[in-house]
Structures are given as structure tokens and as C-alpha cells.
Write a protein that binds this ligand. Structure first.
Ligand SMILES: Cc1cc2nc3c(=O)[nH]c(=O)nc-3n(C[C@H](O)[C@H](O)[C@H](O)COP(=O)(O)OP(=O)(O)OC[C@H]3O[C@@H](n4cnc5c(N)ncnc54)[C@H](O)[C@@H]3O)c2cc1C
Length: 394
């Protein structure tokens, strides 16, 4: 008999307690609150600030900078629980996960003291801008440039689909330095205040009704001080490490967010299937209704294991392996969110498409999980090439 101790497939007690506390808080607000805010053009500020006061938004940030001293697995658990209560806080992916991780890992001590405490308590929201209309999924093609001018940097370019800029005090902008205008991307990351001269935004009307809005950004000779630069674009790896310090958390959080959305949709569908009766028994008696929901439950547990593994690898400092699993987790989460929401709509029949039941808008929200922050096709490209060793296809 083996004497090896098996790793338990359970979470530590503290994280279970964290999940329960988040579920209680987010449950007070729930889907109705989010739907109401979205319909009236409101924001999630009340929920966001209460999450911040309770330490939930900064669980991954070091204690010396006002955080909880936990890891990405804790932050992702927080997001999954909020989303499972019908409150998918999109900006958690961006502010504490992407921006918080990049500044924690690559910022100077001064930058950490300046930004992390307010990111952790939720009083400052930082957006993240990498996507450009002409580059799309091919981030190597981004053309926003930063030019050094004495003690300052001057930024020029455009960004698109940037979430939450109207709520943010600053955007972490991914640019390239003027002398690296062509060739492989050497990212240079700058914290740009949203009230900087030359920084303008334009809202993009989206079909998804949500409190979080997307924006096109215009940077016209935006001047920022030298200490706005986070990390070193001239480092040995061409500055890619500082970008990936944020992209793995982004994908892990994307996986957790979509798992939470799938849990919410599945819960709604199961409740309805147990109570709606049109023949003699509740509709959940019919296998045509029950089996798709059972299938979603299995896909959901697979997807949750993937983001938990990705987060465990990231928190253990294995960035390389974390990258592979974070991509797969993001893919699996996007798929199950779509499948769960589709099954929930079908279970509800006509009610599934009413505004009152709120599930049709969730279909659009879940669809986002297949597109952003990295599309499922680009993940399949990555897995084909890096996990399977197939030739690069693009
Ligand atoms: C609601 C929302 C919020 C967002 N928030 C942010 C944000 O806060 N910050 C930010 O920087 N960005 C954000 N984005 C942008 C998002 O990351 C991009 O939409 C995403 O990376 C895809 O890029 P694209 O839209 O330009 O699609 P494209 O790159 O134009 O791709 C179009 C289609 O072609 C496929 N495709 C492209 N290349 C290949 C290939 N080589 N092989 C196979 N298929 C391929 C894609 O998978 C996709 O299906 C957001 C987007 C949305 C919709």
C-alpha cells in the first residue's frame, strides 16, 4: 500500500469561509440589483465598495499594501461566488487581478504604495488597455507609442473595447516605445490618469446590458511622468514578463467569472425545472430537460478544476505551467457559461426570453466568455502549438 499522501481536492478552510462570506454579501444584492443598475445606467458602486470594505477585492494583494496576503486562487474564488449570486463583477478581472498583479510583481516600491492600497479597498479602480482596433487578437501589432521627452513620456494612439474607463481613475495602457515601433512587441506599460490632458474616451454601444461600459480611447500627446512607467521595457525578455504577470491572472479570473455565471444560470434552471409543471409532473422529470442540465453540471465541475489548478500553479510561482492551464480554464469557463445559459433559457421556454426573467441578457454576457480577454480560437491555437507541439498556425 502506498504511503504517499494524496493532495485533497478540497479548498482550505479559510477559502471555504471566504466563499461563504462573499456569497452572503453578494446575495444581498444579486441579479436584481445588477439588472436594475444596468437598466438605469447606474454602476455597481455600492456592492463594489462593500466588497472592498470587507477585504474581498484585495485578497490577493500583500498585507503590507493593504491587501489580504492571499493569492489568485482566493481572488478568483471571490469572483466566482459573486457571479454565482448573479453579480458578475467584471472589473475584478481588471483592477485587482490584472493591474494589481502587474504592479505587485513589477512596480517599484513607491508605485506599490501609491496604487495598491486603494486598488485593494476598492476606492480606486484601474482599467487596462491593450486591445487596438487594427491589431485585434494580434497584440504584436499594437501601434500606441510612448516617446521619452526629458522627465516625461508622451503617449499617442488609440485603444478599443476598454472596460470601465468611466469608473476608473487611471488606465494601465500597454504601448510600445518609439524606438521599438516595428518588430516583436516590447511592451511598455504606463499608468495613465483618466483626467490627463489629451486623453479622451467614447462609449461603444454594446448589446450586452451591463453596468460596466466599453470605450474607445484616444491618446493624443498624453504626457505622463517617468514614474508612470511600470516595469522595464528594455529587460532581457523585451518586457514581455510584465505583461504576462497580468495576463495569466486575467485568464484565471475569466475562468472563475464564467464558472460563477454558469452556476447562476444552472441554479435558476434547476429551480424552474423543479417547479414548472405543464403535464402531470414538473418539467425537470423529462430527461430532455434534465440531461442538458446534468451535462452542464459535469462541464462546470471540469471548468472549476481547471481554474483552480491554474491558480494553484500561478500562486506557486510556476508561471509557465500556469499559462497553459489559465488558457484552458478560460476556454472551459467560456464554453460552460454559454452552455449553461443556453440550457437555462431553454428550460424557461418563452420566459427565458423575457426581460423580466433576465436570462436573455445573460446569453450575451456568457458569449463574452468566448471572445474576451482572449478568444477561444486563439486559445485553441495556443494549446495546439504549446501543449501538443503542432506547428504554429498564425
Ligand atoms: C465586453 C468586452 C470587454 C472588453 N474589455 C477589454 C478591456 O478592458 N481591455 C482590453 O484591452 N480589451 C478588452 N476587450 C477586447 C477583447 O480582449 C478583444 O475583443 C478580444 O481580444 C478579441 O479581439 P478582437 O475583438 O479584435 O477580435 P479579432 O482579433 O478581430 O478576431 C475576430 C475573430 O477571428 C478569430 N481569429 C483571429 N485571429 C485568428 C487566428 N490566428 N486563428 C483563428 N482565429 C482567429 C478570433 O478568434 C475571433 O473569433 C473587451 C472586449 C469585449 C467584447
Amino acid at each position: 500500500m502506498s504511503t504517499m499522501t494524496a493532495t485533497p481536492f478540497t479548498e482550505p478552510e479559510e477559502r471555504v469561509a471566504l466563499r461563504e462570506a462573499v456569497a452572503r454579501l453578494a446575495g444581498k444584492y444579486g441579479h436584481e440589483y445588477i439588472a436594475r443598475q444596468a437598466a438605469s445606467g447606474g454602476k455597481t458602486t455600492d456592492l463594489w465598495m462593500e466588497m472592498g470594505r470587507n477585504g474581498f477585492l484585495g485578497v490577493n494583494i500583500a498585507e503590507e499594501y493593504g491587501g489580504g496576503g492571499g493569492g489568485m486562487a482566493d481572488l478568483a474564488a471571490v469572483l466566482e461566488e459573486a457571479a454565482a449570486q448573479g453579480a458578475p463583477l467584471l472589473m475584478m478581472v481588471v483592477s485587482p487581478a490584472i493591474c494589481g498583479s502587474i504592479i505587485s510583481r513589477c512596480g517599484t516600491d513607491e508605485q506599490k504604495h501609491r496604487w495598491l492600497p486603494s486598488i485593494a479597498d476598492g476606492s480606486l479602480l484601474m482599467a487596462f488597455g491593450i486591445t487596438e482596433a487594427d491589431a485585434g487578437s494580434n497584440s504584436h501589432q499594437i501601434s500606441t507609442t510612448a516617446t521619452r521627452d526629458g522627465d516625461e513620456w508622451v503617449l499617442n494612439g488609440q485603444k478599443t473595447f476598454i472596460s470601465g474607463v468611466d469608473e476608473a481613475k487611471a488606465v494601465l495602457i500597454v504601448s510600445r516605445t518609439e524606438d521599438a515601433r516595428t518588430g516583436k512587441l516590447k511592451p511598455a506599460l504606463f499608468v495613465v490618469p483618466t483626467d490627463a490632458t489629451g486623453f479622451t474616451r467614447q462609449v461603444i454601444p454594446m448589446a450586452w446590458q451591463a453596468p460596466e461600459k466599453q470605450f474607445t480611447l484616444f491618446l493624443d500627446d498624453v504626457r505622463v511622468p517617468a514614474d508612470a512607467l511600470v516595469g522595464d521595457p528594455d529587460s532581457a525578455d523585451g518586457g514581455l514578463w510584465q505583461l504576462f504577470a497580468g495576463l495569466n491572472p486575467e485568464r484565471i479570473m475569466g475562468g472563475a467569472l464564467t464558472c460563477g455565471m454558469a452556476r447562476y444560470a444552472l441554479g435558476r434552471a434547476v429551480d424552474y425545472a423543479k417547479t414548472r409543471t405543464v403535464w402531470k409532473e414538473p418539467i425537470g422529470t423529462h430527461q430532455a430537460i434534465a440531461h442538458p442540465l446534468a451535462k452542464v453540471k459535469i462541464e462546470l465541475e471540469q471548468a472549476r478544476l481547471l481554474w483552480q489548478k491554474a491558480a494553484a500553479l500561478y500562486d506557486a510561482g510556476d508561471d509557465f505551467a500556469a499559462g497553459e492551464y489559465a488558457n484552458m480554464a478560460k476556454y472551459a469557463g467560456g464554453e460552460v457559461a454559454c452552455n449553461a445559459t443556453d440550457a437555462a433559457v431553454q428550460t424557461h421556454g418563452g420566459n427565458g426570453l423575457t426581460v423580466e426573467y433576465g436570462l436573455a441578457n445573460q446569453l450575451v454576457a456568457a458569449r463574452l466568455g468566448r471572445i474576451a480577454p482572449v478568444s477561444r480560437e486563439m486559445i485553441l491555437n495556443f494549446v495546439a502549438m504549446h501543449s501538443l507541439g503542432l506547428p504554429k498556425s498564425y
